[in-house]
Design a protein around this ligand. Structure first.
Ligand SMILES: [Zn+2]
Length: 480
């Protein structure tokens, strides 16, 4: 396994990555709250952590990647109330849209998308553990709060002394709390809102508790990587540490805290309340999903990323075309390549060293921008070769290697025909032809056997008037 270094927000330094139980890696990333359209800031965290999971897998780690879905919270309920929707139906609709956008962006590394409301038993259990351990108290209205003063490490992740902040802070007075920084674990039911029975009466979970109830169940009391946008450090991730470590008595909850920078418009965080939000769906429609993916990766993941509605997407399209064009020419030549000349040794070796350098850069706290700079250089090298049809298949594979690295690791080029999909199509076509011949000679047993074999490989056939179509539908990738 490759030596990987990652910046950890808790220790505030780049650290050598050592999972608890190598090669296994447990990874959790805060997902979306499904109350409205996703904006392009959401696309960034999704792509960044997709690349991290892809890269770790490429280097031999066995990553289990969980991304939660906040399908019920104040925002979902408020927005559903304004529009007359059922809150959970509204959430399901926006989650479907999110998955479609993820498919378009080629975000395929998430193993499981747990819904908060599917973890009510775990949430209740964790709050009871916190009560028993003396971290939680019940308010008069039946809500349950976390008593922050009982957990001294609170504030370490965000680097603030919470008590010191208190006197000057403008905090809303909430008489149910013992201290302003206490946060809600269980909200007493409000009439007309979805609620669940609990030992404290009917209510619903607070926002922070869903993450730690889900990770406790799926990843255990301690795991390797927690990711999310930098705006989630306080109070959300601080609260997660307090909850999980308070409930389990084990520390640390997470070995590596990773945070991506935000997408900004005119120097400000993109947010609905500021009215400077660019919809993810619209950006995909305007620029194309692959150029948008390149836009996200052509910056270091911890830096803020400036977004200028027209210029950023136009530049992304142009940049992407500079990579896609040469790769598409190489794969097109490969499809018909037979005998031909080899590459000069120096150039073939250079292709290998580009791949090696890109791996090194990504393993050094995900330096995707520098890796892409090497790929842009390689694209120019390929262009300088001119006509490619005279090269052997081996030579063309060498030329393709750096692009294929980006295809697998950065998730680019999902739109390049004749990449991996082309090879798969050719193989499936051979099987489909054999099945057609079996049917033509009346050997239906053989025809069915071929169809069943393909189905076991998750490849499904559909016979139609213009021939047989196939689709690849892996059942395990559908985590919802
Ligand atoms: Zn979260």
């Amino acid at each position: 396994m490759r030596r990987v270094r990652l910046y950890d927000s808790l220790h505030r330094e780049v650290r050598l990555f050592q999972p608890r139980f190598p090669p296994r890696v447990g990874m959790f990333v805060c997902g979306v709250t499904t109350y409205d359209d996703a904006h392009i800031g959401h696309g960034r965290f999704a792509v960044v952590f997709d690349v991290l999971a892809r890269a770790l897998r490429r280097w031999g780690y066995r990553v289990f990647y969980v991304q939660n879905v906040t399908n019920l919270d104040d925002k979902v309920i408020a927005r559903a109330g304004e529009t007359g929707d059922d809150p959970l139906e509204r959430s399901a609709r926006y989650f479907r849209a999110w998955r479609e956008q993820m498919d378009a962006l080629n975000v395929r590394s998430v193993d499981h998308y747990p819904f908060a409301t599917d973890y009510l038993p775990e949430i209740v259990d964790q709050i009871r553990d916190l009560e028993r351990a003396g971290f939680a108290y019940r308010a008069e209205d039946g809500s349950v709060y976390y008593e922050v003063a009982r957990f001294p490490p609170y504030g370490q992740l965000s680097g603030q002394n919470v008590q010191a902040l208190r006197p000057g802070a403008r905090v809303e007075l909430d008489r149910r709390k013992r201290s302003p920084e206490d946060f809600v674990l269980w909200k007493a039911a409000t009439p007309g809102e979805p609620s669940w029975e609990s030992p404290w009466g009917p209510g619903r979970p607070g926002w922070h508790i869903e993450d730690t109830a889900i990770t406790g169940r799926l990843l255990g009391p301690q795991y390797d990587i927690h990711g999310g946008g930098i705006d989630l450090i306080f109070p959300h991730h601080e609260a997660e540490i307090a909850q999980a470590e308070g409930a389990s008595g084990k520390s640390p909850l997470v070995e590596y805290w990773l945070h991506n920078g935000l997408v900004q418009m005119n120097g400000e965080k993109m947010s609905k309340s500021l009215g400077n939000v660019a919809s993810l769906e619209a950006a995909i429609a305007t620029a194309g999903a692959m150029p948008l993916r390149l836009y996200y990766l052509n910056a270091h993941y911890r830096s803020p990323l400036d977004f200028q509605p027209e210029a950023s997407l136009r530049e992304a399209r142009e940049s992407y075309e500079r990579l896609r064009g040469p790769f598409a020419r190489v794969t097109a030549s490969l499809a018909s390549a037979s005998a031909g000349s080899e590459l000069p040794d120096a150039l073939a070796q250079h292709a290998n060293s580009v791949v090696e350098q890109m791996d090194d850069l990504l393993a050094d706290d995900l330096r995707s921008r520098e890796a892409l700079a090497l790929l842009f250089q390689w694209a120019r090298t390929v262009n300088e070769l001119g006509e490619l049809s005279g090269y052997s298949a081996l030579a063309l594979e060498s030329l393709a290697a750096p692009f294929r690295w980006a295809e697998v690791t950065l998730g680019l080029f999902a739109d390049v025909a004749g990449a991996d999909a082309g090879a798969l199509d050719a193989a499936v076509r051979v099987a489909i032809d054999a099945r057609s011949r079996a049917r033509a000679r009346g050997d239906y047993g053989e025809a069915d056997r071929i169809r069943d074999e393909l189905a076991r490989a998750e490849i499904h056939l559909e016979d139609g008037p213009s021939g047989t179509r196939w689709t690849y539908r892996p059942s395990s990738s559908d985590g919802s």
